[in-house]
Design a protein around this ligand. Sequence first.
Ligand code: KG4
Ligand code: ZN
Length: 335
Amino acid sequence: MPEGPTGAHLTLGIETSCDETAAAVVADGQRVLADVVASQAELFRRFGGVVPEIASRHHLELLLPAVTAALERSGVRLEAVDAVAVTQGPGLVGALLVGVCTAKTLAWALDVPLVGVHHVLAHIYANFLPEAPALPAVCLVVSGGHTDLVVLDAAERLTVLGRTRDDAAGEAFDKLAREMGLGYPGGAALERLARGGDPAAVPLPRAWLGQDSADFSFSGLKTAALTALRRGAPSADLAAGFQAAAVEVLVEKTVRAARRLGVGQVLLAGGVSANGALREAMARAAAREGLGLSFPPVRLCTDNAAMVACAGYRRLERGERAGWDLNAVADLELT
Ligand code: KG4
Ligand code: ZN
């Protein structure tokens, strides 16, 4: 990859798919020089969820300051940037447009390559910072908007094995947490509450969807948990039972897929992969099955732009490059 005068290839990453405005500078696709995340989560707490138009307006205000801060913290001048990578989708279209338009403008003004990145792919590449994991790998991407099981082969091509048929795992965590008065997004608060509970006290269903299915379903679990809440189930026990049910299905389906395909490495990604119970259960299952396991540091599990820069760099290395007609796509397919 052509490099600037600093000797390293510098990718500016931009992420605005939901309610995090993020900019990062990554050297040679692996060293994070700066990673700035301006979260709007506090703002949306009182609404109990993201309001798309408000999110877009905030991205507009916050993005250039985030880019400026990322450049300052990394000690990189704007003119030294070698490429710009941006989340193209999926996500809230107005929010994505702010990132895409800003990235295009910067890349055009700097006369450097532009690359559009799928948000789920970016989450997976959080596992490549600072070093690439062994490939091929089965990757479980669990976030507020996605629950996907995919394989990344040695050439970094992606095949989707399964996905959720209804709620994303994080969405189910957030909906239960909201009903329990834990605020938004409530995944981390639900995990904290679950620590004091008995996971076996409130029996909850697991959706296996057949022995070999790599698809997921969390709406039945969510509804059963909400019903138990209304019937007065103790909140810590309910949180623990819900988390145990979600984690068991996520772990088992991932491990089964790896076994079925003869793949020796598992990667966790996305906001829900910050969950300690999921990490521990996956680590136990991986040890039992003799699988390698990688998950990003908590900071890189939730939305950030370092993962976008890393994914973009690796796509540029493979010769991908977006045209000036790059557009935001709310329901971008994972390919
Ligand atoms: O990846 P992310 O920042 O945004 C999306 O792409 O959706 O993920 C956010 C999701 C939220 O649903 C949040 O509740 C969940 O990740 N999350 C957690 C934890 N930390 C964040 N869920 C369970 N346990 C956690 N510790
Ligand atoms: Zn995300």
